[in-house]
Ligand binder design. Structure first.
Ligand SMILES: [Zn+2]
Length: 449
C-alpha cells in the first residue's frame, strides 16, 4: 500500500533527508526538528505492512494497519483507516510485538578479561557498556529485557523511560541474591577483596535473605534474581550443587511476594531446581538437569523455564579459565537435552538468552534452537511475547492490540515460514518512537543517539 494521495509519506521524507546531506538542509520547522531528534511524531501515526501476526490467536493479517498515538497502539486494522499526517508503509514485512528477553546482562560482555572485572573495573565501566549494549539489543528487536545487573541497569531502565537513551525497557533485579562464596558472590580472590553483604545480594539464612530482598526492592528491583545452585562462570563447584536451602528460598519468595515481586532462580542441578520450584519461584533460569518430577511440578505450578540455550554453542570456551571451561563442557550438553524434554512435555517456556555470555544483539538466535527442537514457529514467537510478558508481569506489552504500548517491530517475509527472519529486524518502534528503519539496506535512524 502507499500513502493516501496528497499526504507526504514519512518514508519519502526520511529518504529525502538521507540524500540531501549536501548542500545544507533548509532550517527545520520546530515539528520536523523534534522528529529528527527523537523519532516521535506529533499526532497519530499510521503504520502499514504486508502482514501482521496476532501472536495470541496465531492469525496472520494481510495488508495490515496499526494506529499509534502518544506511545500507545490505538487501533489495529481500523476501517476506515484514519487520514493522518504521518502514514508509513513498511512494505513486504511482518509486524510483530517487540520481543522480550527475560535474561540479559547489559552491563557486560564475556571476554578473557571479564573474570577480573570485579577487581579491576568500576560501575562506570558497566554503565557505559549498558548504554552501548542496550542500543544493540533494542535495534535487534528486543524492546524489553529482564536484566540482572546491579544499580547500572536499574538506572538504564529509568533513562529509557525518560527517553534519554535508546535501549530496551528494563525490568531490573539490581543485585542477585546468593550465598557467601556462591555463584552470585565474587569468588576467586584473597579474603577481604570485594566481600559482599546483603546490600549487594550476598545473604545467608532466612532473615538475612529477607533483608537482602528488601534492600534490592528499596533501590529499584522489579524482580529478585537468585542463584539457587552453583554456576559455570564462577570459581566454586561442582556446577550443579544446590546453594540456597529450601528454607532460605521460601523466605525469599514470600518476602518478595509481599511487595508484589517475583523471583527468578538461576539453577543447574536438579536438587536446587526442585527446591526453587517448591519455594514458588516464577522462573528457573537455565534448568540444565530437569527430572520428570521437576517438569510435572513446573507444569502444575506454572513455573516458567527460561532456557538460555543459544549460548551453549556460542560461549567462547577458549577464553574461560580451565576450571570454568570444565564446568561448561560438563553442563551445557545436559542443558540442551533438558530443553528438548521440557518442550516435549509441555513445560511453560519464556524466552531468555543470558546475552553477555555471547555477543549482545544475537538474542534472536535462541528462536531457532526452540524450532529446531520441534516447537512451532508461532509458539517460539510466543515465548518472547505473550509468555515473557506474563512472566514479567507486564500485561501492557507482548501483543499488538489497542491499548498496548507501541513497541512494534517488523521482520522481512513471514516468520511462520522461516523463524530465521527474526535475526534480520528491519524496523523498531519503542513507545511510538521510530528508532530503526532499514530502507535499501540502510538504517535511516542509525546516526541518532
Ligand atoms: Zn545470567
Amino acid at each position: 500500500m502507499t500513502s493516501p494521495p496528497g499526504k507526504p509519506s514519512s518514508v519519502f521524507l526520511a529518504s529525502a533527508f538521507a540524500f540531501l546531506a549536501l548542500p545544507p538542509l533548509p532550517p527545520l520547522t520546530a515539528q520536523e526538528d523534534h522528529h529528527a531528534h527523537t523519532g516521535i511524531y506529533h499526532g497519530p501515526t499510521v503504520l502499514r505492512a504486508a502482514r501482521l501476526l496476532d501472536v495470541e490467536t496465531g492469525e496472520m493479517h494481510t495488508d495490515a494497519v496499526i494506529v499509534v498515538e502518544d506511545g500507545i497502539i490505538t487501533a489495529v486494522n481500523p476501517d476506515p483507516v484514519p487520514d493522518v499526517m504521518h502514514d508509513m508503509d513498511l512494505g513486504d514485512v511482518t509486524l510483530l510485538p517487540g520481543f522480550i528477553d527475560a535474561h540479559t546482562h547489559l552491563a557486560g560482555e564475556i571476554s578473557a578479561a571479564s573474570f577480573t572485572d570485579a577487581v579491576t573495573r568500576t560501575e562506570a565501566y558497566g554503565a557505559i557498556n549498558a548504554v552501548r549494549f542496550g542500543a544493540v539489543t533494542v535495534r535487534a528487536g528486543f524492546t524489553t529485557v529482564r536484566d540482572f545487573g546491579g544499580d547500572v541497569t536499574v538506572e538504564l531502565g529509568k533513562a529509557v523511560e525518560r527517553g534519554d537513551i535508546v535501549a530496551p525497557r528494563v525490568i531490573p533485579s539490581r543485585y542477585p541474591l546468593g550465598i557467601t562464596g556462591g555463584h552470585c558472590d565474587v569468588t576467586g580472590f584473597a579474603p577481604g577483596i570485594r566481600e559482599r553483604g546483603p546490600e549487594e545480594g550476598v545473604a545467608d539464612g532466612p532473615w538475612e535473605v529477607v533483608r537482602a530482598v528488601r534492600y534490592q526492592i528499596k533501590h529499584g528491583a522489579k524482580v529478585i534474581k537468585t542463584c539457587a545452585t552453583a554456576g559455570v562462570l564462577s570459581m566454586e563447584g561442582p556446577v550443579g550443587a544446590q546453594q540456597y536451602s529450601l528454607e532460605e528460598l521460601t523466605a525469599m519468595v514470600d518476602e518478595a511476594a509481599r511487595h508484589g515481586i517475583k523471583v527468578a532462580a538461576h539453577a543447574h542441578g536438579s536438587e536446587g531446581i526442585l527446591a526453587a520450584v517448591r519455594a514458588g519461584v516464577a522462573s528457573i533460569e537455565h534448568g540444565s538437569i530437569l527430572t520428570d518430577e521437576i517438569m510435572d511440578l513446573m507444569i502444575e505450578k506454572g513455573t516458567y523455564l527460561v532456557p538460555t540455550t543459544y549460548l551453549a554453542d556460542h560461549i567462547p570456551l577458549d577464553q574461560l579459565p580451565p576450571h570454568m571451561r570444565t564446568k561448561a563442557e560438563e553442563i551445557l550438553p545436559q542443558m540442551r537435552v533438558s530443553l528438548q524434554r521440557a518442550i516435549d512435555r509441555g513445560v511453560p517456556i519464556a524466552f531468555g538468552t543470558d546475552a553477555a555470555v555471547f555477543p549482545h544483539g544475537e538474542n534472536a538466535g535462541e528462536f531457532e534452537i526452540y524450532v529446531g527442537m520441534g516447537m512451532s514457529e508461532l509458539d517460539a514467537l510466543r515465548t518472547a511475547t505473550i509468555h515473557a510478558a506474563d512472566l514479567l508481569g507486564t500485561p501492557d506489552r507482548g501483543s499488538l492490540a489497542a491499548g498496548m504500548l507501541a513497541d512494534i517491530i517488523a521482520v522481512p517475509g513471514n516468520p511462520l515460514d522461516d523463524i530465521a527472519v527474526t535475526k534480520d529486524v528491519q524496523f523498531v518502534m519503542l513507545g511510538g518512537r521510530v528508532i530503526k528503519h532499514v530502507m535499501g539496506g540502510r538504517d535511516m535512524h542509525a546516526g541518532g543517539h
